[in-house]
Design a protein around this ligand. Sequence first.
Ligand SMILES: Nc1ncnc2c1ncn2[C@@H]1O[C@H](COP(=O)(O)OP(=O)(O)OP(=O)(O)O)[C@@H](O)[C@H]1O
Ligand SMILES: [Mg+2]
Length: 349
Amino acid sequence: MGIASESPAKFLKNLRAARPYYRDFFLPAGVFLLLMIVFSVISFAQFLFILFLLIFTIIYILSRLGEKRLKDTGVISDLIYNIRNNKYQSADEIKLPPELIEIEGEIKTLFLRTQNDIENLKKLEQIRTEFLGNVSHELRTPIFAIQGYLETLLSGAINDRNVNRSFLVKANIHTQNLNNLLNDLIDISMIESGQMRLSFRYFPLAEFLENLVSEYQMGAQKKNLNLVLKEIRPNLQVFGDQTRIRQAIGNLIQNAIKYTEKGEVEIYVSEENKLCRIFVKDTGIGIPEKDLTRVFERFYRVDKDRSRAVGGTGLGLAIVKHIVEAHGSKVIVESKWGGGSTFSFTLKK
Ligand SMILES: Nc1ncnc2c1ncn2[C@@H]1O[C@H](COP(=O)(O)OP(=O)(O)OP(=O)(O)O)[C@@H](O)[C@H]1O
Ligand SMILES: [Mg+2]
């Protein structure tokens, strides 16, 4: 398209779009003219003619460049508009003309990234809804039970010596469960929102485990289980947040006792170079293979009814996983349905 066939407005618009190139043209042209004046090799008329020709050519070229630039930015903005309005199903539908091929790859990557982010947001939204559903369900169970016992007591059972005390004891157990659930939920939300501040220190493992295990002896005895702590090298020091490690191993021991009917629960330690591995092993019901990876999910229970009957909400192992990962380690579980379970993780020493 020549200058003559363009409307002056469009010509000026193109010229404005070529603004980024002005310097590249006018600077060398200025130098060229300056040289011509300095050497004065030609007559004034010739000089004016060349000057006119030069300016005309530059303006013409700039207008063409501006036109090209507007076309390219138009293509790119159409593409962005289409992406924004979800016009593309896949990255392959994104096509740019050959002169813009350099940015096609980048735009495709950006498109895939955005798609990925949206997918993740949708998943998060689903997890959030599921989480809320689970929480309300878990809260409802003890609240209904407490309500039931209190209503029965109020409507006369309070004077029935055969049941009044046992109803109160049961209601009390459910309030404890409710309290445990709320504490676990607070922990989970603190950990997941990154508010859990760990304070890492060296501490003596043998003494720490002796104290911890003794807290669970009563619970084990009630079920006729042997709770054994194998000998640990006396001066073995490990690095971690004692309070959180106590909570993690405590949860593992609680599970081991809860899901074992016969036999023993054993806590032992092995040393590997700069690490030491802590094991909690039981001879209990075990975990089916298909559930092994899922038991660390929030609210996941292999046998919901059985677990709830023993006061479980399925948050224990999710908390253990978070704590252990915050220590740069990973929980490993080995188990067989009916053949006991062993949970272990490492700490730096
Ligand atoms: N030692 C174990 N032996 C057999 N099954 C286990 C063992 N530890 C965990 N599980 C299974 O994994 C599930 C999840 O364990 P987790 O500790 O997260 O929840 P919970 O014990 O049911 O409840 P919570 O710990 O929140 O009170 C349990 O419901 C149980 O089915
Ligand atoms: Mg548990």
